[in-house]
Design a protein around this ligand. Sequence first.
Ligand SMILES: *Cc1c(COP(=O)(O)O)cnc(C)c1O
Length: 535
Amino acid sequence: MQNGNPNVAYFSMEFGLNSNFKIYAGGLGILAGDFLKSAKDNKLPVIGVGIKWKQGYVEQHVDSQGRIVDSFYNNEYEFLKDTGVKVNVKIRGRDVFCKVWKVECFGNSELYLLDTDLPENNDRWITGQLYGWFEEERIAQEMVLGIGGIRALRALNKNIDVYHFNEGHAVFAGFELIKEKKDRGYNPYDAWNESRKQIVFTTHTPVFEGNEFHGLDILEYMGAFNGLDRYLVKEIGGEPFNMTAAGLRLSRKSNAVSALHGRIANDMWKSIDKRSEIISITNGVHVPTWGDMDLIGACQRKEDISGYHRRNKQKLIDFIYQETDIKLNEDKLLIGFARRAAPYKRGDLIFTDESKIGTLLKNRDVQIIISTKAHPLDFSGKEIIKHILSIQKQYSESVVFLDNYNMEKAMLLTKGVDVWLNNPRVTKEACGTSGMKAAINGVLNLSTLDGWWPEACWDEVTGWQIGGGFVSEDANIQDKHDADSLYDVLINKVVKTYYNDPKKWQEMMSASINGMVDRYSADRMIKEYYDRLYR
Ligand SMILES: *Cc1c(COP(=O)(O)O)cnc(C)c1O
């Protein structure tokens, strides 16, 4: 405890603190990074526990022939401090030593990272690639994070009141907490119940198949049982072992990451017995990281912000010119779409019907920048990229494709475009945070009513909604419905307002900033975690 605030250890597979510190893949990591930064800003005692990924997540480029090329590079970071601590986890019957590094930069965030890349290890590559390789490696990574993470905290003499598992990857930390108590003489159920009092859990995946499962045999073979009996492991995670169900059964309280996601998660996990209550705490973003503070300040003083936005747009347009040789027009509407190339996010929805979008693109009334990255093994994601590339060729003056989406590109885009397009199939996006980054910079959201947007959308005031929240069992029907709605709103509202009613556009930008900069900040979020989950 510090000033009445519990000491929290925040376990996460990834942390997005800086674009060049490649221990993140996407939204989950950005959330974790923003969380740590905001904890420091608010003097709240949170420390992060993660993994020092040697190669991190994939770097993905499109070569001159339009081929998608995945590369992995070894990274070295001079700002990591050796704590002198090494812990040991038994994986596949072999000792795996994990060196513990400390990170103390990026807003003074305090983060400890485990690293198996040591000469004394047979298995140096466990911490090689984030979300890389196959099942055994994934389990090994999760054992390092969870079991190794708890042992690291003990070796570092950290006093922890609450163990927070950001997503199911960390649930083996729960096994280690149970084992510690068993070793002190507790019976298995008391050890579980006592551990549960110390653990909170955040679930992120509203798609059932997207949750992680492992067979009990492979977990046992890997050593993940960690001294627990098979019947207990089965009671915690079921068979096959469901990492999310385990998180729910290992915790005293859980949360989903938006109000809508809370309803979906409660419904999805209603048949899980002995689980913790799932509340909703909507994500937020670290405003000093993602916001243009000059623009936000001017907006709060009720000054004209158009000059600030124009400067951000110009900076983005210059960057695009450097990267792609495409010269976008700063007077024309600029739409941004950037996120993982997952099929449910529908990165190419706007290109569904060329008879509707073609003319707008041809005469450059609409310009669009798309940036994305697909997991190396996500072949349907890569098909989406190929489709976007073929459209880009046809409309090469007004459609830009930026490969290798990362934090740096996200920063330029969420400040520099006019409209932020987001069109996941409703109920599939847990929250989404890139739209929040856009909103606080006066970039207007155009989005289906999924994730955080139903909470924030005041149609034609803070942005626009697409699709009216329509959901269908049949993805084709849902896609057709949403594409029609997207064209309708784009043509009759967005394009019209942009070119014919600049005053209303300015008012909407101010409403977006003023309405969202506090509400969707990581500061609001972390206070909610303390008030509703940790205390
Ligand atoms: C903000 C961010 C995300 C998460 O945005 P979503 O809206 O959840 O897709 C993912 N990747 C990067 C690089 C980001 O900056």
